[in-house]
Design a protein around this ligand. Structure first.
Ligand code: HAM
Length: 432
């Protein structure tokens, strides 16, 4: 083996089989459910004007202040690789006047996101999300539907024992006095806080609840909680969300410390924790953002959504023994016993693939024995032999690998034989 000259950048990875199949399964199942809930797919750029994220996610957040990959162009504009998809979807919603359509509008977007974080298990610099957004509904039933959809996707993937944590972040009216109260408390315990949290007091005090440092977490146990000072409207909204969730089913835990790392959240916020992961155990999270569309230059339209971290979800599935895919096996392997029959072999292979069979042959002029070993390795169900004798007689040698029985099948009967043997319906149309 050679020492690689180039390796993937820190925090990125090459996703190989069978990981690729598990991720494809996550995406396929989520796409199917999103269709049932009437969501439309939207593809937004992987980079946007930096200003959009500054405005949307918030200047003082870790994501914007420390973790964005930004770059300029010849004209001096600044762009950033998207650290999340919500801002891009909201920008597209405004840019294409999608708010003129009947509300609510439901969108999802699947793809890579980029954050310059310190990599560790479950935390990468390039990671993948299924991002889901519902725009144009303030009502608590929309919150419950979105949360139920998130849990439905995880349930469909077979993930069990997940904890759904729920909180309310209130609105601008209840947040302002709460902020003062929290800052007052943090000033009192400032000496015991880490450097990051001391800075957060000035810039973004609510972020202290995201801190993982044990000393800070201990001091924050006594901190005032926003949930207990919500204004009457936010209180009522939250009560209704809980009632709807009660009707729909997903169990949840109230956690007043759930604040999430993005500034646009208002009212309901939630996260889903997997017991099989370590420190980075939140596999999906989201919340309501009733001012974001307006803050990004659109009309006052409420929204909410979530993002599923595909990398972490896949890891949680792997740790729970969930493959998410069927073991691959091959329908047919064609072996040729004579070099000059390779044209005949490749022609047959082509016909069989066009008939919908997964089929393979050897390209490296291996011996018969080695071709047989390869067929075995690829877990071929049927091996077809093409040799001088067979061609002369107008037949093909066909071996059923499960029973090791072999028979001769006339050329013209081969497709019918295979349809029957492999339990397939005849493909309409072309015959070779
Ligand atoms: P977020 O909480 O920043 O929310 O990320 C959502 C999920 O993406 C996390 O729960 C986690 O599973 C995954 N994730 C985040 N950062 C990383 C990382 N560095 N490495 C691996 N996985 C990661 C948002 O992004 C919001 N835009 C969600 C949303 C949509 N809120 C409303 N609408």
């Amino acid at each position: 083996m050679v020492e690689p000259k180039y390796v993937a950048p820190t925090g990125t990875s090459d996703i190989l089989s069978p990981e690729v199949e598990r991720r494809n399964c996550i995406v396929d199942k989520a796409r199917r459910l999103l269709g049932l809930y009437c969501y439309q797919e939207m593809i937004v750029p992987t980079f946007e004007h930096t200003e959009l994220f500054v405005r949307g996610i918030g200047e003082a957040t870790d994501i914007v202040s420390k973790e964005m990959y930004t770059f300029g162009d010849q004209k001096g504009s600044s762009f950033a690789l998207r650290p999340e998809a919500t801002s891009g979807i909201v920008r597209a919603f405004i840019e294409h006047s999608l708010y003129t359509k009947s509300m609510p509008q439901k969108y999802f977007c699947i793809g890579p996101m980029f954050r310059k974080e310190k990599p560790q298990a479950g935390r990468y610099r390039e990671f993948y999300q299924i991002d889901v957004e519902l725009l144009g509904a303030e009502q608590p039933s929309a919150d419950a539907e979105v949360i139920a959809l998130l849990m439905h996707i995880f349930q469909d993937l077979g993930l069990k024992n997940l904890t759904l944590k729920l909180n309310s972040m209130g609105c601008r009216i209840c947040r302002a006095p709460y902020r003062e109260e929290l800052v007052g408390y943090l000033r009192k315990v400032e000496k015991g806080l880490c450097r990051n949290c001391r800075e957060r007091i000035k810039k973004n005090p609510l972020r202290v609840f995201d801190c993982k440092v044990e000393g800070c977490r201990h001091l924050l146990r006594e901190a005032p909680e926003l949930i207990s000072v919500l204004c009457a409207q936010c209180q009522e909204h939250f009560e209704e969300v809980k009632k709807y969730l009660g009707v729909m089913g997903p169990d949840y835990e109230l956690d007043p410390k759930v604040v999430r790392g993005l500034d646009y959240y208002t009212r309901s916020v939630f996260e889903v924790v997997s017991p099989s992961l370590g420190a980075q155990n939140v596999i999906g999270a989201g919340g309501r953002y009733d001012y974001l569309v307006e803050d990004c230059g659109g009309p006052p339209i409420a929204g909410l959504g979530f993002a599923i971290g595909i990398d972490r979800t896949s890891l949680a599935m792997k740790r729970s023994g969930l493959k998410g895919y069927e073991d691959k096996s091959l329908d047919l392997f064609i072996i040729t016993t004579s070099h000059h029959l390779r044209f005949e072999t490749i022609k047959r292979l082509d016909i069989l693939r066009h008939q919908g069979f997964s089929a393979e042959m050897d390209h490296l002029s291996r011996s018969m024995k080695a071709q047989m070993r390869l067929a075995d390795k690829l877990r071929a169900k049927i091996v077809i032999f093409i040799g001088e004798d067979e061609i002369r007689k107008g037949v093909l040698g066909v071996r059923d690998m499960a029973t090791s029985s072999q028979e001769e099948v006339p050329f013209e009967d081969l497709l019918d034989y295979l349809y029957q043997k492999l339990g397939r319906k005849e493909k309409w149309g072309a015959r070779g």
